[in-house]
Structures are given as C-alpha cells and as structure tokens.
Design a protein around this ligand. Sequence first.
Ligand SMILES: *Cc1c(COP(=O)(O)O)cnc(C)c1O
Length: 397
Amino acid sequence: MANPRIHLSSPHMGGDELALVQDAFATNWIAPLGPHVDKFEQEFAELVGGRIVDEGGLTSDVGHLSSVKLHAAALSSGTAALHLAMRWLKLEPGDEVICSSLTFSASVNPILYERATPVFVDCDKQTWNMDPAILAEAIAARLKAGRKPRAVILVHLYGQSADLDPIVALCAQHEIPLIEDAAEALGATYKGRAPGSFGLCGIHSFNGNKIITTSGGGMLTSADPKLIEKARFWATQARDPAPHYQHSEVGFNYRLSNVLAAIGRGQLRVLEDRVAARRRNCAFYQTAFADLPGIAFMPEADYGRCTRWLTCLTIDPREAGVDREQVRLSLGEKNIEARPVWKPMHLQPIFRECPNYGGAVGERLFADGLCLPSGSNLTMSDLERVVEAVRDVFKRR
Ligand SMILES: *Cc1c(COP(=O)(O)O)cnc(C)c1O
C-alpha cells in the first residue's frame, strides 16, 4: 500500500501488556474486578497524586511539589467516572453546573444524566483552557440570579493543564466543588503535580485515542476515600452488604474488567515514553512549519508540562492564504486524518438554551483550529508525509 492511513491518535502498546493479560488468563481472573484492578487503582493513584519533576524543569514555582494521598476507582469509561462524580453532588433538576465550553461533549453529558443544567465558560488564548476571569464573571452572574452553581467541571484540554491556582481559589472562595476532567491530560503537570489531583475529584480516560489506553476505560480519583468507596459501590450495581441481593439505591454497571486493568498497568509503565514521543511530534511540526505564514501552535503555558496529546494549531486564512478546511480536506485526500478543534458546547444544538459566558475565543479556535496526527507510534516517514501534505497546500496558494 502506497498510502496507508495515518490516524490522528491510535493505540500504542508497550512491552508488558500481553504478559499481564496472560497472567489474568492463567489465573482465570476474567471477571470484572480482580487483582489487576486493585493494583491498577493503587498505581494510578500514586502516579496522579505524586510529585512530578518535569524533565525540562519547566517551572521554578515549587508551590505544589508536595504529593497528595489519592484514592482511585477503575471504571468502564471516563464518562462513567464523571457521571459518578455528578451523583456524589446529589444534583436536583434545574441545578446548574459550570463547565468549560471548548471540550468534547462527554465533559457535559453527565450533567444532563442527572437532570441538571450546564453553564458554559469560554477559554483564553494563552492556554486554550477555561479563562479564570470569565469563570469569575459567570459565578458572580449566577449568584446574582440566585442560582449558586453546584460545581465547576474544569477540562484540561489537549494535554495542557488549565491555570489551576486562580480557579481553585475562586471555587474555594465561593465553596463550589471543583471537578477536574483530566481525560486528555494524563502525563501533564501543573507546578509539579498532575492535573486531576487539585479538585474534589479527577476523571481520567483510557479510551482508544488517549495517551494510554485499555481499549476503553476510565478512572475516578479523589483525596476523599468515602467518595471513591461510594463510587465503587454505585459502579457495581449498588449491592447492599447482605448475603442475598439487596438494593437501597440506584446502581450502575460501570466497573473496569480485570483483563483491561492488566493492559492499563502495562500502559502506565510507558506513560513517560508516550509523553516524550508526542512532544517530539509537536516539536517536529513546529520546526517544519516555522516559515509558513499564519500558522500558530497551541501555546504551552509556563506553569507546567503539556503532553501535546494532540498537536493543535490555528491557520489564520488572511495571513496564510489558505484556510483550515482546505488543509484538512487536502490531508484527507492523502489518507491523513486531521480534525477541527472541538466545536464549543455553547454552539451545539443540544446545549443551545444553556447559559453561556464569553465564547469568542473558543469560536475562533473552532473556526481556525486543526489537530494533526499525533500518535506516539507515528514513524518519521509518517510525520514527513504529513508535513509534505500541509506544505503542498501552502504551495498551491
Ligand atoms: C475522552 C474524553 C472524555 C470521555 O472519556 P471516555 O473514556 O471516552 O468516556 C471526557 N472528557 C474529555 C475532555 C475527553 O477528551
């Protein structure tokens, strides 16, 4: 095949996954739950709660370098983790939950599962993540309307942590629980610690396109052991302690299987390699496009390490002479998968009626933003093919 497909982000197994899965088979722990699930939870909690020293020493601020003791529940998806976080809040119909607008719909849908209403907040140009000033404005406006937000869902987008300090402070000041959607940010840091370890709880994803994968899966983390214990209870059909089947609450079937947890444990061991490879991809594209007009990469904030889960850039059509869609379609013709940046939630038909604050920045990023192939398993010739395909579009201007 002359032109095999180059994917946006595909699974990349390390060396240990198969042996760990074989162990699950050999011991017949094929059922959900089992020793790999327990170990995956422990190892994950230690990693996300631990202190992380960036290779590049990216920050001189060591304010957050102490570790936190986290607990973790392995679940069938990141969406399930966020749903259980919403359950923990005991939302009532009509309650409001603030959420980043520029994100994937899975950050928002669990609010609807619990019959609450999302309120959207725009991102800023420097980080592409929630703008703390607009969050402050949104909280003030909702308080004035007599509708105190029940939580803030903060998304850490495309491998980059949001600016946590001002957001944590705002939530603390107003006593609003902070829930971190770190599905795209495993391996990232904020002042020496992992996003997902700062709020009431963090949600993580091992979907097939994420930086590490179990084919499908997720994790809920929290410093509160009661929250995690309750999440495990709900996730295993809410079975009361009794010899027979007895239930006093609604349950869900949300647990991760022992087989998939074995894959996850193998993947955790190569996480640092995966971060390094994705950052290398981004650096390669940055060098290769340095002379092209109108291209700007997602900026990397100086408070931590961005994993460059996806390499994202914007194309200013006036400067570039070509627009994002021309580039994306042209890559598609060459069997190269590239995608527009997320369409903001406040523009989605299903969320049309929801309150929204700001929006211009996310709308601009959606109009001009492109995500390039970013997998940690891309070869040099894959990367060169992508570069050539992009440069071709600019040549034809
Ligand atoms: C992938 C993703 C999720 C959902 O995770 P799943 O494991 O696929 O359910 C949630 N939020 C964001 C920002 C994501 O990218």
